[in-house]
Design a protein around this ligand. Structure first.
Ligand code: BTN
Length: 252
């Protein structure tokens, strides 16, 4: 995997060889100025990459794609709020499917991208104000492209999409940015595409809610993106948030 070709990086994409976190840099930029058009920050390596639920996102040099897109004028898009994370996961999966046509990407509620039962990409979304108070959406994306080795705590959970990948990192990045920006300014949703790619529907799963864990079978992704599960006693429960910490892929 090569690092980015600086000649192909445009004004709207800022490239860093090594940075703490593109997501945190995005927030630092917004504290100082307000943007009128989208800006992407991309790094070859992150020293403090992070995900949702306060987790680290392992971001070693050049074998992954690590970037954050700042999308201004979030207020105008409030109607998107509920399905946003679901839609973004589909948008990115579709681009990955074009670049890796022999791979079958799956989505773990809400928006982790999986391959063969292992996580290959994560997405984080933050709504963040600029100095004048108007809101921006920051979408942070981390994709393990060719990463072959993960630290012990991740080695049973994460893989690279293809450790011998030769995909053009610039083209992949630019395609994803284009599709995300197009989605942001459209009124489209991708709920059915999301359901089709679900890793969890019909499977036994464990959901974590605070300190509590719930064992259940994933039944349905509702029209608002919420997840309905069936507990052991037959009760149905619907969740707007929560983390699925286990999916039993070989059962059902
Ligand atoms: C998750 O798995 O929960 C989300 C992971 C998001 C990682 C990306 S990498 C680029 C951007 N910078 C960060 O620190 N996080 C996001």
């Amino acid at each position: 995997m090569n690092s980015y070709n600086r000649n192909k990086i445009t004004n709207n994409i800022h490239y860093f060889k090594r940075i703490d976190s593109t997501q945190e840099l995005a927030k630092r930029i917004l504290k100082k100025k307000s943007l009128k058009t989208p800006l992407t920050l991309v790094a070859d390596e992150q020293t403090k990459g992070h995900g949702r639920h306060g987790r680290d996102f392992y971001s070693p040099p050049t074998t992954g794609l690590y970037f954050s897109i700042i999308l201004p004028n979030w207020k105008k898009n409030l109607s998107k709020n509920e399905l946003l994370t679901i839609d973004i996961a589909v948008v990115i999966s579709k681009v990955l499917e074009n670049f890796f046509p022999d791979k079958s990407f799956k989505l773990k509620w809400v928006n982790d991208i999986y391959l063969k039962g292992f996580k290959v990409a994560g997405i984080i979304t933050d709504v963040y104000p600029n100095s004048n108070g108007s809101l921006n959406l920051i979408i942070g994306v981390g994709i393990n492209l060719s990463t072959a080795q993960f630290p012990n705590y991740l080695s049973y959970k994460a893989i690279g999409i293809n450790t011998k990948s030769t995909v053009d990192q610039n083209k992949l990045l630019i395609q994803i940015i284009k599709k995300i920006i197009k989605y942001y300014y459209s009124k489209k949703h991708f709920l059915n595409d999301y359901r089709k790619r679900s890793l969890i529907l019909g499977k036994n799963i464990t959901i974590q809610l605070g300190n509590k864990t719930i064992e259940s079978i994933a039944q349905k992704i509702e029209n608002n993106g919420y997840l309905t599960v069936k507990e052991k006693n037959g009760n149905l429960k619907t969740f707007s948030a929560g983390e699925i910490i286990r999916v039993r892929l070989n059962e059902h």
